[in-house]
Design a protein around this ligand. Sequence first.
Ligand SMILES: [Zn+2]
Length: 559
Amino acid sequence: MMSRRRAFAAAVAALAAVAAAPRPPAVPADRVFLGGRIWTGDPARPRAQALAVAGDAIVAVGTDADVKRYVGPSTKTVDLRGRFVAPGFNDAHLHFLVVDTVDLTGAGSVEEVQHRIREYAAAHPERPWVNGRGWVYAAFPGGLPARGQLDAAVPDRPAFMTSYDGHSAWANSKALQAAGITRDTRDPEHGVIVRDEKGEPTGALKESASRLVARLVPPPTAEERYAALKRRLDEAVSYGLTSAQNASIPAADLPAYERVAAEGGLKVRFYFALPMVKDIAADELARYKALRTKYAGPMMKFGAVKGFVDGVVESKTAAMLEPYPGGGTGELNWTPEDLDRTVALYDREGFQIFLHAIGDKAIRIALDAYERAVRTNGTSGRRHRVEHIEAPTRADIARFKPLGVIASTQALFANPDQNTSEVYAPTLGPDRESRAMAFRSLDESGAVQAFGSDSPVFSMEVLRGIYCAVTRMTPEGTPAGGWQPQERISAEAALRHFTRDAAYASFEEQRKGTLAPGMLADLVVLSDDIVAVPPAQILKTRVLLTVMGGRDTYRAGDF
Ligand SMILES: [Zn+2]
């Protein structure tokens, strides 16, 4: 590891020496960007004015005078006119391919939720099922939906709606019937069929209980997946994304990526995590390894597995050290013994591991498993990750750096919206709330923190995420001063988490995440210098140009 890094540093130094030498470069650039305010993320040269691109890589970074020497007869020049340039954004945790269904994102009341479902159902009479996603707990009195509310919108067909975080679901009476769920149905392992005081299923399903109905929903066709991928790619590049780390890839989605890649339309680089299966069969493990060999980057890369240690706060399925107000401590999806054995196996096989851990107990169990695996196997440099880390204890925050574990957090999780104030925070209780989304504490611990969106849980808009990490306020500016403001971080730190640190989290910091000679030409041009402007201006900042591998993937009409 160390020698590779040193060799790379030497190569960079050699290129930098070329840039500084008073003679024309051997190879002119394809394109130069001049007159900008460039944030490089490179500690050796944090700010620059200009850069030159040849093929898919950056060949020079420096002043306009430095970079003009790379201009040849066919070199194109982009005059940045003082615009801000950063490394292309990298979302370190999302679920990229989302097939279009009823979108309940932002619906704040039962009436609004029902209105959207009715409209969709009316527009799609041919669909045997009406399904959708994105409802928030706070939209429903009591914090959970009920089947009668869904029957009122869809009486004639089964209907099934997943919560915004994907950890709970809502079925109407027809869907419960189709799944054979009655008062006599027992809760599945790690799941809850929510029941009323008479013992009848209410239509709300937590964690694994959702699958009792979800498995009946007709899966999207290959054509629907392909169309959805293209739509999501267009959306991602409009936010400045050049890389995305896909925290899950169903096997049926891979052909869509392959098809778009074959057409030359893959505008975002992908790192994929496969499900972390307990006691994985030998042939399945062989399939994982074959994918890792076949896809080694830079456009598509496999090499990680992802497991869920616990659930989520709102449904009280996140595993906590102390009880929730009103009782219960949540539940671990694994016994510590199973988790230790499974983590050790993937660690030994050279996979990076993502562990979803939200409650303080789950975070501790995840760190324990990593600690034991590394000790047992004698491995190092695996860069295992904990995903979400919503309510960590102080003691566990301090363990990330010494263990070399990456803190994979989501900037917009700190958005103090209605769901946060009405359901999330009261469910945590005041002590855990004071430790929630501890971005600053994690930074101060010295851990590498990579930011993501968990899209479609939250929007992929990186600039909104940066604004949120900086202010911990809603876009409307509430609450004044921010939610748990002691955990605010600077715009520069947030930008680093979405670029260099995210690249580190997928072992790609030697090719991307900073703007320096030898790095991939992945960059974004913004209307404003987000590091320098007042935070409110970050929300008004626009993405003007996204470049991936030297190719323009998005350009605002007026740039
Ligand atoms: Zn996720």
